[in-house]
Design a protein around this ligand. Structure first.
Ligand code: C5P
Length: 322
């Protein structure tokens, strides 16, 4: 890509240490009680100046994606990052009237597993929000959106976008977008096992609803006090005992081979792993980085179609890179 890079931002993926899923609401979303931790895996997004100018509608004319992780990423206006740029531009035009902008190409580097339940698409949206806000405010001398304004646009784009915008460790209620920062001591090391084939988040939630109609042992786990205590103690083995994901039975039902991933991981790591978010990625909380490396190598060696990586958390929120 030849144009001038106008601004670059990064955002991190997340792990749900606890994911309690309540009943389905009238808006189609499920009530959540979740504890998010942001992780070191990140995506980087740049806005690159194109040749023409645009005075109405989307300034984005294309996307270019490079990746260190497998998976298909849409490069049209259905991509959440594209929609995030448009949301910020619309906001500025609503506040300040017509603004003529250069055509933009979004350049995206993906280090977060694609369709893996680690908020990769949401992280791209969060990076696009902060990048576009920073660039527009600086370039045109306008008032930036600020934390509240960015949060509101983030919540409009998806339930996980506000958390990856904020980063750190937080309790998420409502759709997962009502956030309360949580105290967390120390650094946690995770072995992350991704699958070559992704899973669709809506289908995993729908599967849980279906299973709950057939079984009465899948009640929601909406209490997070033990997780909160473990995180503030900084004791990794206490946190290991708190890992929970109400979506796990649904993800396992849709992808039975994930049982093998968990079993092989458990045989190496003890009972310290869960499906991450809506899956299919599985994560194992490890005593240290070296141990995480061992598990990240051992599981893919035994389970075809999987890959391993090592991450740590908590990490930061979405931020502009100078
Ligand atoms: O908000 P987002 O587009 O990321 O959510 C994707 C889908 O995941 C929703 O359309 C819904 O099917 C499901 N979901 C849910 N309850 C939540 C979050 C997501 O049912 N709290």
């Amino acid at each position: 890509m030849s144009g001038e890079t106008l601004v670059t931002a990064t955002a991190h993926g997340k792990i749900n240490i606890h994911l309690g899923v309540g009943p389905k609401r009238e808006d189609g979303y499920h009530e959540l009680a979740t504890v998010f931790q942001s992780i070191s895996a990140s995506d980087t997004l740049s806005l690159v100046r194109g040749e023409g100018t645009v005075s109405e509608g989307s300034p984005v004319v294309g996307m270019e994606v490079s990746q260190s992780v497998p998976g298909e990423v849409p490069t049209d206006s259905s991509n959440l990052a594209w929609r995030a740029v448009d949301a910020v531009v619309e906001h500025y035009r609503g506040e300040h009237g017509s603004i003529t902008l250069p055509e933009l190409t979004i350049s995206l580097f993906k280090g977060i597993p694609v369709a893996g339940g680690m908020a990769g698409g949401s992280a791209d949206a969060a990076a696009a929000l902060v990048a576009t806000d920073h660039w527009l405010a600086g370039e045109y001398g306008l008032e930036p959106l600020g934390k509240r304004g960015l949060h509101d646009l983030a919540a409009g784009l998806g339930a996980d976008v506000p958390f990856v915008l904020m980063g750190g460790t937080a309790l998420g209620r409502g759709r997962g977008d009502e956030l309360i920062p949580m105290m967390s001591r120390g650094t946690y090391h995770w072995a992350v096992i991704t699958s070559n084939e992704g899973l669709s988040t809506p289908s995993v939630f729908a599967k849980l609803d279906e299973l709950r109609e057939q079984r009465d042992d899948l009640e929601p786990h909406m209490w997070t006090e033990r997780v909160s205590e473990a995180l503030s103690s900084g004791n990794y083995s206490l946190l290991t005992g708190c890992l929970r994901n109400d979506l796990q039975p649904a993800a396992l039902s849709l992808r039975p081979e994930l049982r093998t991933v968990l079993q092989v991981g458990f045989s190496q790591a003890g009972n310290s792993g869960i499906v991450s978010g809506s899956g299919p990625t599985c994560v194992f909380l490890c005593r240290d980085e070296e141990w995480a490396r061992m598990i990240a190598a051992a599981v893919p060696a035994e389970v075809p179609g999987t890959s391993g990586m090592v991450v740590s958390g908590p990490a930061g929120g979405a931020a502009v890179v100078d």
